[in-house]
Design a protein around this ligand. Structure first.
Ligand SMILES: [Zn+2]
Length: 186
């Protein structure tokens, strides 16, 4: 009965939507063009995105789910010219890093990363530029290299040996210091 819709099929995250009202699993999806405002004042823009509307066959409840939210969020990111949550996640996954490891390597806050990847907040332009640079593996390698020669106290201590060594206040040193002071005054 329901012929193919003219809209192009998108990859659906929720393959088997479940009705949040009655729990029914017979849910149909229709894609509709959805317009919404983003921003305020002069910078306000009307964005349009094709989003899925679910309809429960059993109780006739019609609703939008997280996939619609995600698509709207992606539209905002595109409007702002920044990476989408999926794109950010992809960068991290490219290097097989957990969020904690990626945060440690890049200096991003783990909580921030979590929010960006889940569309709870949008990274600033500067962070976005930084993220883009991290798509280049040689930049990641540079950070890894930097991380391996500095950071942990034992490694740092091994670095400037000789020139800026911490003084051990031994008896002989203290004596030497006293004699120096005496010399100076006398
Ligand atoms: Zn239902």
């Amino acid at each position: 009965m329901n012929s193919k819709r003219s809209k192009t099929r998108r990859q659906t995250v929720q393959t088997n939507p479940t009705c949040p009202l009655c729990g029914g699993v017979e849910v149909t999806t229709s894609w509709t063009s959805f317009a919404f405002n983003y921003g305020s004042g002069e910078s306000m823009a009307e964005l349009t995105e094709s989003i899925p509307t679910r309809l429960c066959v059993v109780c006739k409840f019609e609703y939008l789910d997280e996939e619609a939210e995600r698509l709207k969020h992606d539209a905002v990111c595109r409007h702002l010219g920044v990476l989408t949550p999926t794109e950010i996640r992809r960068i991290r996954k490219e290097y097989n890093l957990t969020r904690a490891k990626f945060a440690q390597l890049t200096g991003f806050g783990e909580a921030s990363l979590n929010r960006w990847e889940n569309g709870l907040s949008i990274q600033t332009h500067a962070y976005d530029q930084y993220l883009r640079l991290l798509r280049n593996p040689s930049n990641i390698r540079e950070l890894e290299l930097k991380g391996s020669i500095s950071g942990t106290p034992s490694q740092t201590a091994a670095l400037p040996r000789g020139r800026f060594r911490a003084l051990n206040l031994t008896d002989s040193l203290l004596k030497a210091q006293k004699s120096f002071q005496l010399c100076k005054v006398g």
